[in-house]
Design a protein around this ligand. Structure first.
Ligand code: DHE
Length: 508
């Protein structure tokens, strides 16, 4: 009888043992990451099976991840990939102290007293390149790449700018938050705020950055000045059950953060201003001024308000005054409008087919504010009147889309067709007639997605979302291509001015 080789069980190669032998040195025995990223299903997202096997076999270009094809057989690689797809047996602990210990501030960072480039610092556009985990910093007038910096693995969600547009913060799915100084074009530092994080939000005054976590079930609050952890709030519902945080949103007019909870029928509002937080235009809310989780901060700062709802709601869109929130239920079959002033549901919206409200945008039409949202499972955009919440129109598209974008200065909405055979299309839709006026098709067979505008709205930047991809710059009036900048799987793009002014047409 043959002796079993290390990592080989009776039923075939043992993925866990092989991981311990070959991968744990960089990714940690518990798979929560070390010099390499966390390798658990929550952080790997949609990367499973063959995609993981390919990375294990071939490595990742421009990173320290080497290929293992010459050391491991194909079945061994398959076994490791399968092991990475198994959830952790227990919820890991990640305390404020542990997060603070992870903080790494750059020794070489030197703040500049003025921008080190000649262009308009308010017209900088960041491009997240997910192919090799970098961000390119573009001059929004010349489209020159001013800098390209490495980010933690798998950045997700929109980077968040300080209100003056000088600093930007990016977050990776494995919980790292990185600070970058746009004036000096340098990375300032990073901290691991969670183990599996969803997104980040900036407080109205730029002092605090909130990080929504799935693992552990917490909201982490960082000081934007030095990335230190000032508070970790355990997210526990009224019945004592912990909940993941689906997302945290900045509500600048309310001086608060608003939290979507994945597992609890509650919406949380966290005050970011001890004086004005609990008040909004005369409404006095029942904030719990001394939370059990409070760690001795000024009274009222980070106080929590719970809003009870019928079922968990996700993926929020807000009216521009942040009085109303639109969320969708877990099944993605309807939308609910919650008035944050009175703290209850005021309307229900017919939104079947998994609306992606986080990508929603709004604009003025016939004297009314309307909002539009794509749907992840249906080739339609829903347009809703935000004064009486009726469905104005359903616009048929060539397939389900992910992102919508517009700008105050353009008559059009740009809507991608992210899923299906028409993923290479970008619809351009008239904001008044709600008709598709042009369908762009700049890269046959490739995914074409996500639009961002320059500060003045004169140009639209669109991603060819592939490793040998590009950002295409269009003249936003003539819809003609002006430039094509090669990029490595560019995903989202974010213009400083449009983001800090909450321009109509950008998702928040
Ligand atoms: Fe996202 C934003 C949730 C999958 C790329 N995505 C967001 C936001 C949320 C969210 C709550 C708004 C946060 C913010 O910007 O502060 N995304 C989710 C999901 O629940 C979902 C469907 C499943 C998941 O795995 O988390 C999901 N998202 C994806 C992807 O597969 C995408 C296409 C590729 C990726 O990077 O993982 C993706 N999401 C993005 C991008 C934004 C985003 C580029 C920011 C868009 C913007 O313009 O602001």
């Amino acid at each position: 009888m043959l002796a079993l080789l290390p990592g080989m069980g009776q039923a075939g190669p043992d993925g866990a043992a092989l991981f311990a032998e070959h991968c744990a040195a960089c990714h940690a025995e518990n798979r929560l990451g070390g010099t390499g990223p966390a390798l658990i299903p929550e952080t790997l997202g949609r990367m499973f099976g063959p995609a993981l096997e390919q990375v294990i076999a071939e490595g990742r270009p421009a990173t320290q991840m080497a290929g293992f094809a010459d050391q491991l057989s194909a079945p061994e690689i398959t076994a490791i990939a399968a092991w990475l797809g198994t959830p952790l047996a227990e919820t890991p602990v990640w305390t404020a102290e542990m997060a603070n210990t992870s903080r790494e501030m750059s020794d070489t960072y030197t703040p500049a007293t003025a921008p080190v480039f000649s262009g308009d610092p308010m017209n900088i556009t960041l491009v997240v390149e997910t192919g090799d985990h970098h961000v390119s910093v573009l001059d929004g007038d010349t489209f020159e790449v001013l800098d390209r910096f490495a980010t933690p693995f798998a950045v997700h969600g929109g980077p968040k700018f300080s209100p003056d547009g000088r600093y930007v913060f990016v977050m990776s799915r494995d919980g790292w938050v990185q600070k970058y100084d746009i004036w000096s074009l340098q990375v300032v530092g990073r901290v691991r705020a969670g183990l599996n994080s969803r997104n980040i939000a900036m407080s109205h005054d730029g002092q605090w950055l909130a990080v929504a976590n799935y693992l552990p079930q917490t909201l982490t609050i960082l000081s934007t000045a030095d990335l230190s952890v000032v508070r970790v709030i355990d997210v526990i519902d009224r019945k004592g059950q912990p909940s993941r945080v689906s997302a945290v949103y900045q509500a600048p007019d309310r001086h608060s953060f608003v939290l979507a909870l994945k597992d609890a029928p509650e919406i949380w509002e966290i005050a970011t201003d001890p004086a004005a937080g609990p008040f909004h235009d005369g409404f006095v809310h029942s904030y719990e001024a001394s939370m059990e989780e409070a760690l001795g901060a000024e009274e009222g700062l980070f106080a929590r308000r719970r809003i009870d709802i019928d079922e968990p709601l996700d993926d929020f869109f807000f009216s521009p005054d942040y009085r109303n929130l639109i969320g969708t239920n877990r099944e993605g079959t309807k939308g609910e409008v919650i008035n944050l002033d009175v703290g209850r549901k005021i309307a229900e919206l017919p939104l079947p087919g998994m609306p992606h409200l986080g990508s929603g945008i709004s604009w003025m039409r016939d004297g009314h504010r309307v909002m539009a949202t794509p749907h992840l499972q249906e080739g339609v955009l829903s347009v809703i009147d935000m004064t009486d919440w009726h469905l104005v129109q359903t616009i048929k598209t060539d397939g389900p889309g992910f992102f919508l974008r517009s700008h105050e200065a353009t008559p059009y909405v740009w809507a991608d067709v992210f899923f299906g055979p028409h993923k290479d299309e970008m619809h351009v839709i008239d904001k008044q007639s709600l008709q598709i006026v042009r369908t762009l098709n700049p890269a046959l067979g490739k995914t074409v997605a996500h639009t961002e505008f320059t500060r003045d709205g004169s140009h639209a930047l669109v991603s060819i979302w592939e490793e040998d991809g590009a950002v295409i710059v269009y003249d936003a009036k003539t819809l003609e291509e002006v430039r094509r900048l090669p990029m490595n799987k560019p995903s989202g793009k974010y213009n400083v001015w449009n983001k800090i002014t909450f321009d109509d047409g950008t998702s928040h």
